[in-house]
Design a protein around this ligand. Structure first.
Ligand SMILES: Nc1ncnc2c1ncn2[C@@H]1O[C@H](COP(=O)(O)OP(=O)(O)OP(=O)(O)O)[C@@H](O)[C@H]1O
Ligand SMILES: [Mg+2]
Length: 318
């Protein structure tokens, strides 16, 4: 059973006065998220990421399509007990302390007082906020607000956690701590669905990522799948290749460059890779390592988004 499943989901925010201002925020969006994984939804501003989360939470109605959480078809109020949510740019009443925020949300989740007290204490400790729990949130820094937000999203011990820009405004050490918390939650079997602009961040923790642009799914896969280039190899050599090697390589039309002790080869198949290795060995050139070159998630994101961005502005329904 998938933790989250959406089938041809479309959301049009209609403007009944000026139809030209209606926006297609999601278009035929189909996605499956496995249980117990960390899933990152990436996309530029206005791509439709928050809209997707809001549909799953029942905060926004769909125009067409279907979605389910843990096998329960949406909309369904009961499934909310198994969901945690950290909204983007969340705000809490200024006069509450961190602990009181936890009490408020525990109460809203229908939890008992004793349960709220013990869970609140352990969660505030988990996110490194125990010493600030009695301070009013109006005095909190941005990073402290995010940590409290994460603790609040976990108050009801949810199975599926939605985090909209969870590390927004958090410093590098804080981000690492939040990543560790998320990994710990995954180890407990929870599913974590996060929206983020911080691609290097997502790259470090996500089991799977999807790239969304202008409401359309461009790509979905593991970070490995999205960052591996088809056939670009790096071969380390201990001895400098001889003239004879270059001569023979040129004749076999293998494309590569030598930089000090590293050969960067632009090969179109593993057969070509093997030909190059055979050639190196034939000329007694010692190989120290062979690695497939990777792009960063940011590079593949930009490569995917750019051609679409060059077309025109967000899709507007006439
Ligand atoms: N309530 C609304 N009414 C009308 N249009 C909306 C509404 N909410 C969002 N939109 C539009 O839908 C599109 C998708 O917005 P959404 O907030 O889902 O994007 P996002 O990917 O979360 O962006 P960001 O990265 O900036 O948070 C945008 O063009 C936005 O202007
Ligand atoms: Mg958003």
């Amino acid at each position: 059973m998938n933790a989250i499943s959406s089938e041809s989901l479309t959301k049009i925010y209609s403007d009944f006065v000026n139809k030209k201002l209606s926006v297609t925020a999601l278009s035929d969006f189909t996605l499956d998220v496995e249980q117990g994984k960390i899933f990152g939804l990436l996309g530029p501003n206005g791509a439709g990421k928050t809209t997707f989360i809001k549909i799953l939470l029942g905060l926004v109605n769909t125009t067409s399509g279907r979605a389910s959480i843990l096998g329960t078809q949406l909309p369904n109020v009961k499934i909310r007990k198994r969901i945690g949510y950290l909204p983007e740019n969340h705000r809490y009443p200024n006069y509450l302390t961190g602990h009181q925020v936890m009490k408020l949300f525990g109460g809203l989740s229908g939890m008992r007082r004793a349960e709220i007290a013990s869970r609140s204490a352990s969660l505030l400790k988990l996110v490194g906020m125990e010493q600030w729990s009695k301070m009013k949130v109006k005095k909190y820094s941005k990073g402290m607000m995010q940590r409290l937000g994460l603790a609040q999203a976990l108050i009801n011990n949810p199975d599926v956690l939605f985090l909209d820009e969870p590390t927004d405004g958090v410093d590098p050490i804080g981000r690492k701590e939040i990543r560790d918390v998320l990994k710990q939650l995954r180890a407990e079997g929870k599913t974590i669905f996060l929206n983020s602009h911080l691609l290097s961040e997502v790259e470090l923790i996500s089991d799977q990522v999807a790239i969304l642009n202008k409401g359309k799914l461009l790509k979905v896969g593991t970070v490995d799948e999205l960052t591996t280039t088809d056939a670009n190899y790096e071969i380390g050599v201990a001895t400098h290749p001889t003239e004879a090697f270059f001569h023979e390589a040129a004749a076999t039309v293998l494309k590569f460059q030598l930089d000090k002790s590293t050969i960067s080869a632009d090969l179109t198949s593993t057969a070509e890779l093997n030909r190059l290795i055979d050639l190196l060995r034939k000329h007694n050139i010692e190989i120290t390592h062979i690695a497939k070159k990777r792009t960063t998630l940011e590079e593949s994101f930009i490569n995917l988004i750019k051609p679409v961005s060059d077309e025109k502005k967000p899709e507007v329904r006439q």
